[in-house]
Design a protein around this ligand. Structure first.
Ligand code: RB5
Length: 154
């Protein structure tokens, strides 16, 4: 798979380790995060990876900041992104099977590198199940498409 990876200044080491790990598994990884420990605002990376995913430049995205929260929130503001922050592999796997997530996020201050590897393994191996889940994923997209119109009506 072709995967974009992004991070902020507190997640440089984990980003490098996950990038190398994914490459060792045969994936092509495009790094758009910072490689410096200088303060770096996570929305920059979250947005870059999100745009690459929705534009079809990559198949999936991986985002890492201190908690995974800020960077996933940033990505989720881009139409078509379903980014999930998680700290264990079960949620990562189910987020693909049921929610068809296209970005996974986690926190370098929250989990260790081995858990991070398990998360990406489970998430990349999982397949979206569609079916009843598609109705709900479509409803999420509908909120995205119409909420500004509905807000104007209220
Ligand atoms: C940076 O200090 C920290 O706020 C960031 O890495 C992340 O945890 C935000 O959600």
């Amino acid at each position: 798979m072709k995967i974009a990876i992004g991070n902020d200044h507190v997640a440089v080491d984990m980003k490098n380790e996950i990038k190398a790990y994914l490459e060792s598994k045969g994936h092509e990884v495009i790094n758009v995060g910072t490689d410096s420990s200088e303060r770096f605002n996570y929305p920059v990376s979250g947005y870059k990876v999100a745009k690459m995913v929705v534009n079809g430049e990559v198949d999936r995205g991986v985002l890492i900041c201190g908690t995974g929260v800020g960077i996933s929130l940033s990505a989720n503001k881009v139409h078509g992104i379903r980014a999930c922050v998680c700290s264990e592999p079960y949620t990562a796997k189910l987020s693909k099977q049921h929610n068809n997530t296209n970005i996974i996020a986690f926190g370098s201050r929250v989990i260790g590198i081995e858990t991070a590897k398990m998360i990406v393994d489970e998430w990349l191996a999982a397949e979206y199940e569609g079916g009843r889940h598609q109705t709900r994923v479509d409803m999420i997209a509908e909120i995205e498409e119409t909420q500004h119109l509905k807000a104007a009506e209220e």
